[in-house]
Design a protein around this ligand. Structure first.
Ligand code: ACO
Length: 331
């Protein structure tokens, strides 16, 4: 069974409530109907009720069974604003400012998740990644024992033999501009756990660099080396190795030459990039040149799941990210 089919099947087993704060956006409306028809999640749209209804009707979208919450008329607005003020008052927040901020659909949607009125949130068809992450980082925060929120892409490369028959996880390609070695270790661990739980594969994690096992020296290589050591220390149960170049990570022949003693080299299915520049450029190169499907960015490390979309996403992409988010929300 294909990965996305597995995720849809898992989502249907324990239906979760997912809030879509870009409620009057066309692809989101089309996706909302499909999510309901496919039984993947219960959907809440955020926005002005009349506007959403008019847009849905012009698109031929049936809103039956889909909840709509308008922050400006919602009964829970005051409660959310007060709670947001409580959460941020030590950062200089005032109640007056909180009331303005929580009117923003992204903040309102994030508060719905925080207050357990929704199990997860998906946004980003219109807003940027930073727009989604900021309320998430301020309100939802990290899960217990997790130091950093990061993200991964599931890359599916047609006809490729690399990774798990062409499927690999790439991280972090969307959140942390310049992670420290500690943060890089946390990203590696989170992505390995995600590979196991969500993709049902045994993770083999390569810590990528422009150096393989000491072939070059630079402070940026030291960071990856240190992160590899820390990850091994923290999680001796994981198959992780580095620092290594991309070809040594995925091509057996190169691995035999450059890293003959590594259990990961040549077989890696999780690629951890040293920083956001390389990660973001890397996933887009594979997506465009290899015609790969790039599922994500999916966030990991939040106390409750919230996920981003690409602004170029299709309604089918929204359906898939909602299904993924619903599965993340399951215990
Ligand atoms: N994990 C956990 N907490 C974090 C993280 C993190 N990765 N990053 C920031 N925080 C916390 C901070 O400690 C702070 O907490 P506090 O306010 O309670 O003290 C809060 O989040 C806000 O932090 P700031 O540093 O003020 O937030 P900033 O404005 O720098 O935004 C953000 C953080 C949005 C993640 C920023 O780093 C960013 O823009 N990252 C890149 C996003 C991006 O553009 N990605 C590329 C495009 S995506 C694509 O192509 C698919």
């Amino acid at each position: 069974m294909k990965l996305m089919e597995q995720i849809w099947e898992s989502a249907r087993k324990d239906i979760k409530k997912i809030v879509l704060p870009e409620g009057n956006e066309e692809r989101t409306l089309v996706a909302a109907q499909k999510i309901r028809e496919e039984g993947l999640a219960d959907v809440i749209l955020v926005g002005a009720i009349d506007e959403i209804k008019a847009k849905a009707s012009s698109l031929g979208v049936n809103l039956e069974g889909i909840e709509i919450e308008d922050p400006s008329t919602s009964k829970v607005f005051e409660k959310y604003a007060e709670e947001f003020y409580e959460l941020r008052k030590n950062k200089g927040m005032t109640l007056e400012k909180a009331k303005k901020i929580v009117r923003d659909p992204l903040y309102f949607g994030t508060m719905m998740v925080k207050m357990d009125d929704a199990d997860g949130m998906v946004s980003g068809a219109v807003h940027t990644t930073g727009d989604l992450l900021r309320p998430g980082l301020q309100i939802i925060k990290t899960a217990p024992g997790v130091s950093v929120v990061s993200s991964f892409f599931i890359m599916v490369v047609p006809g490729s033999k690399y990774g798990e028959e062409g499927m690999l996880l790439f991280s972090d390609c969307a959140v942390n501009p310049n992670p420290t070695s500690d943060q890089l270790a946390a990203i590696a661990i989170a992505t390995a756990d995600t590979a196991k739980k969500l993709c049902k594969v045994e993770p083999k994690v390569a810590m990528l660099s422009f150096s393989t096992m000491g072939s070059a020296d630079h402070e940026s290589v030291d960071k990856v080396r240190l992160a590899t050591e820390k990850t091994k220390e923290l999680r001796p149960d994981l198959l992780i190795d580095g620092e290594m170049q991309l070809d040594a990570a995925i091509v057996e022949k190169v691995a035999n030459q450059k890293a003959p003693n590594s259990e990961v080299a040549g077989k890696a299915n999780v690629l951890v990039f040293p920083d956001l520049q390389s990660g973001n450029i890397g996933y887009k190169l594979v997506q465009r040149f290899a015609n790969a499907e790039a599922i994500g960015p999916v966030c990991q490390g939040f106390a409750k799941p919230i996920n981003d979309l690409s602004r170029g996403c299709s309604s089918d992409d929204i359906v898939n990210v909602v299904a993924l988010t619903a599965v993340q929300a399951q215990k």
